[in-house]
Write a protein that binds this ligand. Structure first.
Ligand code: DGJ
Length: 736
């Protein structure tokens, strides 16, 4: 890891173990240009690549053609309104109503370590683990300072970028757009990968060519969303899972975002990512600063899989925090799909008793334990126990569960308020709403205006009081509606455009408070399934509920998309009931277990009611989880085959960092008549090592049990056809 500055050529170079990133300062105007991002280079003077000498594009000598220069020059971060017609990263409005802004380099600082981003989630590292370049730029006319930060890590090829704006003028300025990162490069016939979905089918992988014009994904829903994801990658057409160039950006943020690639007139492209400018207007008083969230940039020459493993390692080592960061999570049983709102102490205890006998380690009580909530029409905001359901109170229930040797977890939705709640009756102005307009309900609820300190404090105290009064060791923090009707009774007219972002900052502040006051708590985020599964939330909770669809087949796709960026240890995954409550599909209990094993692992069913044969399988699944979870949590993940592409089978693998073992999961989604075995190539193994199929008893059709690593990788192994649909098996390979 090295950051250098060549004073003669005025070129900055950031070197990670396998990549280089180069920035150049050019012309008398000190434009900050992007030179190169890709494979590691030994050369540190790449100034020759900058297109400054291509006449007539030299603004200091040829001022009348300044726009031609600005419109084509590859920028690190752009101004607005002065001649660069591509997507800009910074836009402002002055007190006079003007919008022009131009940035030039002023100074820089290179230091060990990485500073925190105030109020925001961000990657972190000790002084020995990372190094940061800060480029201080300014618009001299506006007296606006823009600090571009780039951090690199000793053990990662990722680059963490962020932007801070400081107003040194005597009057306030309005920031109307502050994106966090920009990469300009020639479009080498790239294809763009993005993640799309909806409720119950989050993060499906989509690939399309990078064309001229703009192609983007975004959210204006107040959260990262089910629909699109704050991630994009662009790769060469020839790039595969394991080989070839790929670039990616992922946003460490949980609110509105824009991720866009714009193909321009000369076949270049500009990739940008940041807070969506929609509805955004931030008033920056004199000497005040605005910190934009972090974007993680990754380049890999090792294909889509190389990019994935880079994100996984970075997030495991430098984003996720807390006691459970590197720890096996308790196997939980959640009562949502078991009972929905229809439960009481007795029912929960009967589930817990049966579950504890089978080896399950924690009972999670989901929605419906508070106020008078018996359906989703009421009580959000009234975080007091409903004693007519929980006779004996919450502490009694928790103590009884503890006596069974189990931990206890609870569900909250702290950001919400039901119109039918004591809280709303007392404080109707605490809901986000446009005065004079009836707010739009979603799932019969409004969003609390957490930008108001009194609202934040009140909600926090209510939630914390519950946590303080019983031995609660896990919280599922849910969020079941997206934002609309943006208006705050607490913000002045000229700050209403800050509401979306301030709301996200408020959620971060609340989760920060909670994890500080209850450091032993396991926090799992959730949003109507996986609508807020993002890198921002991972800073506060080491796991996030992936989707409300726990059908094993649907989950193959949802988990493949999620695991494109996020480590398996973060993916909330449960064995659920059949026929599946979302799609009605019947899948074998074993397969449901194998698929949930690729995540946090748990159960979401009434264990007292499922078929006995399934129940009897739970102790084996529990043992399987304990046997493989360290490998799943800590290993390198490889996608081998994706049923969404081939329509018949799915296969992925986790390999231990020291290559001593690997676990291959194979799911035959649909059987085919009259079909021979499938040749599977198993990547990531040590070519020199000999591997044994340690669970050979599960593969009676495969007679040979020992193979060299390179044989499995390049020649592969024949997986026999399995009888029936939705059949899964594990193959555990151990090095001799
Ligand atoms: C949505 C979550 O994703 C579910 O698991 C469940 O907690 C419900 N909300 C409860 O309302």
């Amino acid at each position: 890891m090295k950051i250098s500055y060549n004073e003669d050529s005025r070129v900055f170079k950031l070197d990670t173990e396998r990549t280089s990133y180069c920035i150049g300062i050019v012309d008398d105007d000190n434009f900050v240009g992007h030179i190169y991002y890709g494979r590691k280079l030994t050369e540190d003077n790449l100034a020759y690549l900058m297109r400054t000498m291509e006449a007539p594009f030299v603004p200091s000598q040829n001022n009348r053609d300044r726009t031609s220069f600005l419109d084509t020059f590859p920028m690190e971060y752009t101004g607005n309104g002065l001649g660069d017609y591509r997507e800009g990263t910074l836009e402002v409005r002055t007190a006079d109503g003007h919008t022009g802004v131009a940035l030039s380099y002023v100074s820089h600082r290179i230091y060990d370590g990485k500073e925190e981003l105030e109020g925001l989630p961000a990657t972190f590292g000790q002084d020995t683990e990372c190094r940061t370049l800060e480029l201080v730029c300014e618009d001299k006319i506006l007296k606006l300072q823009v600090i571009l930060s780039y951090s690199i890590f000793a053990d990662s090829d990722a680059i963490a970028r962020s932007v801070k704006i400081v107003n040194h003028a005597d009057e306030a300025i309005y920031l109307t757009k502050v994106l966090s990162a920009c990469i300009d490069m020639d479009n080498d016939d790239y294809e763009m990968i993005t993640l799309h979905g909806s409720w119950a089918r989050e993060r499906a992988i989509q690939t399309r060519p990078v064309m001229r014009g703009k192609q983007s994904v975004s959210s204006i829903r107040g959260e990262s969303s089910h629909q699109e994801h704050p991630f994009m990658a662009w790769k060469k057409r020839t790039t595969t899972e394991e080989t070839g160039d790929i670039y990616a950006m992922n946003f460490v943020y949980s609110g509105n975002f824009l991720a866009q690639i714009e193909g321009d007139q000369f076949g270049s492209m500009r990739a940008t990512m940041g807070i969506n400018p929609y509805g955004f207007c931030w008033k920056l008083e004199p000497e005040a600063s605005f910190q934009a969230p972090e974007v993680i940039c990754v380049y890999s020459a090792d294909g889509i899989g190389g990019m994935t493993r880079c994100f996984h390692d970075l997030y495991r080592n430098h984003l996720i925090r807390g006691e459970y960061k590197n720890k096996k999570r308790p196997i939980l049983i959640n009562n949502w799909e078991a009972t929905y709102f229809d439960f009481n102490t007795e029912k929960l205890l009967s589930i817990a008793k049966q579950a504890s006998e089978l080896g399950i380690e924690m009972l999670v009580m989901d929605d419906g334990w508070f106020g008078h909530r018996n359906d989703d029409n009421s009580s959000l905001g009234d975080w007091q126990v409903n004693e007519s359901k929980l006779n004996g109170g919450l502490k009694y229930l928790v103590d009884e569960v503890n006596k069974l040797g189990m931990k206890f977890g609870i569900w909250f939705e702290p950001e919400m308020i039901s119109p039918d709640s004591d809280l709303y009756r007392a404080h109707p102005d605490w809901a986000i709403a446009i005065p004079g307009r009836t707010g739009s309900l979603a799932r019969n609820q409004y969003v609390l205006d957490l930008t108001r300190k009194e609202v934040r404090d009140y909600v926090y105290e209510m939630v914390a009081t519950v946590l303080r009064n019983a031995n609660i060791e896990y919280v599922k923090w849910d969020m079941n509606r997206q934002l609309s009707d943006l208006g705050s009774y607490g913000l002045p007219a000229d700050r209403q455009g800050e509401l979306y972002h301030r709301q996200v900052l408020a959620v971060y502040e609340l989760q920060d408070r909670m994890t500080k006051e209850f450091p032993h708590l396991l926090l799992e985020n959730c949003s109507g399934g996986g609508a807020r599964f993002d890198a921002g939330m991972l800073y506060y909770s080491p796991q996030i509920w992936c989707s409300d669809d726990a059908d094993a087949v649907e989950r193959l796709s949802i988990q493949a998309g999620t695991a494109m960026i996020y480590p398996l240890s973060t993916m909330g995954a449960h064995v659920s009931d059949c026929p599946n409550h979302t799609v009605g599909r019947i899948t074998p209990f074993e397969t449901r277990g194998y698929v949930a094993l690729a995540g946090t692992f748990g159960y979401e069913l009434d264990v007292t009611k499922i078929p006995e044969a399934d129940r009897n399988m739970i102790p084996q699944q529990v043992a399987m989880y304990h046997k493989y979870n360290d490998l799943v949590r800590e290993g390198d993940y490889y996608r081998i085959a994706h049923y969404a592409d081939n329509h018949f089978y799915d296969c992925y693998e986790v390999v231990a960092k020291d290559k001593s073992e690997a676990l291959v999961t194979y799911v035959q989604v649909l059987n085919r008549p009259n079909f021979h075995s499938r040749r599977i190539h198993i990547p990531g193994l040590d070519s020199e090592k000999t591997y044994v199929i340690a669970n050979a008893q599960d593969w009676p059709e495969i007679k040979q049990t020992e193979y060299k690593g390179d044989t499995l990788r390049y020649a592969g192994i024949n997986i026999p056809p399995l009888w029936g649909d939705f059949k899964g098996r594990l193959m555990h390979l151990t090095a001799k």
